[in-house]
Design a protein around this ligand. Structure first.
Ligand code: FAD
Length: 597
């Protein structure tokens, strides 16, 4: 193995978190930084000429290559896990930009009490209401701590929308159930196409409070505080699962990469797959004393290049930003931290696997055309009247909740085709085809996005059987739905049907119900946990500054650090925490090495 010249900082992963950290630390310090990304380079120009639904949407051109590396999955420890050979329920990215290139760009914040799930739930409903086998805990950070960083993330992304709670003042047309915001979104809301408009009128007539989905997509051309200018959205419909051809959707390649590339001390190395974080069991104690007899210190990483040659990249500080599953796997493969054992409850690494609860609550079939071919990922109208603990749960058989949205993603000929109303009994042949053609532009879903609370029984570990292309064990997911999710789905499906009726749907297909966790249906790529944050080392892998509890010169970024999954999509929260960690590194850690208190 070849040893390379040392760096001050090595960052694993070139997606949202990795490039944001490279930009921030690169601008604010004079340190030498190396970013290692397993995939290739990407740029906005790459998307300009070849938008092809078959290639991108169906064959998942931008996603992780499962023939080289995948994960295995089982519902409980009694089953043998099997490898996911074809991605479906989540779509991890690969290449510069990561999943942030092909994301949908919906940009809500978490409900404030998500960050204090245990204490707020017990305060309101008592310990007895917590679900069986729950693993609720607080994050060690409050919404008020995070608020300034949320604002910075929204400015970075030039979010379009209307705030509904500006420093405590409730504003009609925004989300009045959100936590407080210190600033309005940088851009006005996107346009409202016909289907989201119908949803807005119907939910208002039912007494709910519709608002524009906040979007990391430009409603107007704009420039962010870093001086990065991006064009306005064309509503072309090629958005989720694609990179934006005009740069209207905020992606790491159009908001961060141009800035990172201007910093000569930052090197981005593509096709560099990190295999291990190299560390010493002694040498760096909690007070930051080097060469101490106890403590642990990261020394750098090993990685394989495109030819399979292995390198050692020494570094003084290691930052892991390789998305939830890879963060877990790399710590496990590197032997850093104590793996979680569900039988004894001991160990923290791998705990609290959660996956946002998303389903089409009701598909409505309408008389008029909906113009579904136009739109963009985050173009839509949403209500939060059933989010989190916004509504009373005392007499309900479940805790927490979520939001409903009517979105105009841009329905395409292959992926947007194939719905038929319940009155059509044929499942194939001429009758089915006729109904599917008629329904293509006259049907759409009212989607529900909900919280996933943590359980002791949902966790990550290394698979004892299956290995990747390089011979390393795959990550194993043990996950299933529990009664809380099933009862939530029943309740929320009834609400979605009520809304579809109020929208004038002639026929409605309700969501059938949750059975077991299903890998065949796209759920969302909002899979969290495993390297969770906690105020004390017995409850988490990292502290609330995302610093590894056992290794002061190792930081872990991203959704893997979330103890539970809110109903909202996670990236604004992920970026807010990344900014907070960058501040902690620059302002405190680099001045006095050791654990951040
Ligand atoms: C289809 C889709 C829609 C989404 N929509 C939304 C949305 O609307 N709103 C929202 O908030 N979020 C959304 N997300 C989620 C969002 O993309 C992620 O939260 C975000 O990208 C996470 O940032 P990250 O840096 O943790 O991971 P990523 O952006 O995925 O970056 C991780 C990078 O690490 C690299 N990597 C992994 N392993 C290694 C290794 N061993 N060595 C070197 N490099 C490695 C990967 O190749 C990748 O480039 C969506 C995701 C998908 C896939």
């Amino acid at each position: 193995m070849k040893t390379l010249p040392g760096a001050d900082i090595v960052i694993i992963g070139g997606g949202w978190t990795g490039l944001l950290m490279a930009k921030d630390l690169g601008k604010r310090t004079s340190l030498k930084i190396v970013v290692l990304e397993r995939g290739g380079m990407r740029r906005t120009e790459d998307y300009a000429s070849d938008m092809d639904e078959l290639d991108y949407f169906i064959r998942l051109r931008m996603m992780q290559n499962t023939s080289r590396e995948t994960v295995t999955l089982r519902h409980n420890p009694g089953e043998r896990a099997l490898p996911i050979r074809q991605l479906a329920c989540f779509l991890p990215g690969e290449g510069i930009g990561g999943a942030g290139e092909h994301w949908t760009a919906q940009c809500p914040r978490y409900q404030p009490d998500c960050l204090q799930l245990y204490s707020k739930t017990v305060e309101r409903y008592g310990e007895k209401r917590l679900p069986e086998n729950h693993s609720f805990q607080d994050w060690g950070v409050t919404y008020d701590d995070l608020e300034p960083y949320y604002t910075r993330a929204e400015q970075l992304l030039s979010v379009s929308g209307k705030v509904g709670n500006l420093r405590g003042q409730k504003i009609e047309g925004g989300n009045i159930f959100s936590g407080w915001y210190s600033a309005e979104y940088p851009n006005p809301p996107l346009k409202t196409p016909y289907f989201p408009a119908l949803f807005g009128e119907a939910t208002k007539s039912l007494g709910y409070h519709p608002y524009h989905d906040p979007a990391a997509m430009n409603s107007v051309p704009s420039t962010n505080p870093d001086g990065v200018s991006r064009a306005a959205c064309l509503y072309c419909g090629f958005c989720t699962r694609y990179g934006c051809m005009v740069g209207a959707k905020a992606q790491p390649t159009n908001t961060l990469l141009p800035l990172v590339e201007q910093i000569s001390r930052v090197t981005i190395r593509t096709h560099a797959t990190v295999r291990r974080i190299v560390h010493d069991k002694t040498g760096y104690d909690k007070a930051g004393n080097d060469k101490a007899a106890s403590g642990a210190k990261a020394r750098g990483v090993t990685y394989l290049d495109a030819n399979g040659e292995e390198f050692f990249q020494p570094a003084d500080l290691v930052i892991l930003g390789s998305w939830t599953m890879n963060n877990n796997r790399l710590l496990m493969l590197s032997g850093i931290g104590e793996p979680y054992d569900p039988a004894t409850g001991k160990g923290t690494l791998g705990r609290n696997l959660t996956h946002q609860v998303i389903f089409p609550g009701a598909v409505g079939f309408f008389e008029k055309s909906l113009n579904r071919f136009m739109g963009g990922g985050a173009v839509g109208t949403r209500i939060s009247d059933f989010d989190g603990d916004v509504f009373e749960h005392s007499n309900l058989p479940f805790l927490r909740g979520g939001t409903f949205a009517a979105s105009a993603y841009g329905a395409q000929p292959i992926s947007g085709f194939g719905r038929v109303p319940p009155s059509v009994k044929a499942r194939w042949g001429a009758e089915w085809k006729k109904a599917a053609v008629a329904s293509y532009d006259r049907s759409d879903a009212i989607n529900f996005s909900g919280e996933h609370v943590p359980y002791k029984t949902n966790f990550y570990d290394l698979d004892p059987t299956y290995k990747d292309y390089a011979g390393d064990p795959l990550l194993r997911l043990t996950i299933d739905w529990n009664d809380n999710e099933r009862k939530t789905a029943e309740f929320m499906t009834a609400k979605a049907v009520e809304i579809a009726r109020a929208m004038g749907a002639k026929e409605i297909n309700p969501f059938p119900s949750y059975d077991h966790y299903d890998v065949r249906r796209y759920q969302s790529t909002h899979v969290q946990g495993g390297t969770i944050m906690a105020a004390t080392p017995d409850r988490g892998v990292v502290n609330p500054y995302l610093q590894h509890w056992q290794m002061p010169n190792l930081f872990v970024l991203g959704g893997s650090t979330f103890p539970n999954q809110g109903a909202a999509n996670p990236t604004p929260t992920i970026l807010a925490f990344t900014y907070r960690t960058a501040d902690a590194i620059v302002d405190r850690h680099l001045k006095k090495l050791g654990m951040l208190a």
